[in-house]
Design a protein around this ligand. Structure first.
Ligand SMILES: [Zn+2]
Length: 147
């Protein structure tokens, strides 16, 4: 249990065994549960056992393990017998990014022709000068990270 654990955190309740979940995999650092609000059958969530809200407060070691297991789960979906012609891996960090449960979780879900998942965006091509300026902004963001 993390020190920042919210009293109402549903994922912490699942991790403690106090709320129901379907669990295809778990180890000492993560638990994988089936998403009750599944985009497609097989939609799963990789959840660190430590309570962290998002990228800002999840340590990189734990994060690395979460993504490693997400990778493995995507491969497992391909072999699961569930309809799976492709896989999306999706992280929602923050309300503006559609995060709804404020305990870090990686979505991994099967995709197939004709499924209902949609991403709407303006996919316009950006000018090189803008990309260069944005790359510089990201470099300054990296420099601002604590060592
Ligand atoms: Zn939690």
């Amino acid at each position: 249990m993390g020190e920042h654990e919210g009293p109402g955190c549903v994922f912490c309740a699942i991790l403690r065994g106090e709320a129901e979940a379907s669990i295809p995999y778990e180890d000492d650092r993560v638990m994988v549960i089936m998403d009750i609000g599944a985009v497609t059958p097989g939609h799963l969530l990789v959840i660190p056992r430590v309570h962290a809200v998002g990228l800002e407060d999840l340590d990189e070691e734990t994060s690395t393990h979460v993504w490693r297991i997400g990778h493995r789960m995507g491969r497992a979906l391909r072999r699961s017998g569930l309809r799976c012609e492709g896989v999306n891996v999706f992280l929602a960090d923050g309300k503006a990014a559609f995060q709804e449960v404020f305990h870090f979780h990686l979505h991994v879900f099967p995709r197939f022709k004709g499924d209902a998942f949609r991403i709407e965006a303006d996919w316009g091509t950006r000018e090189r000068s803008l990309l260069d300026r944005e790359a510089e902004a990201v470099r300054s963001g990296l420099a601002a990270l604590e060592p």
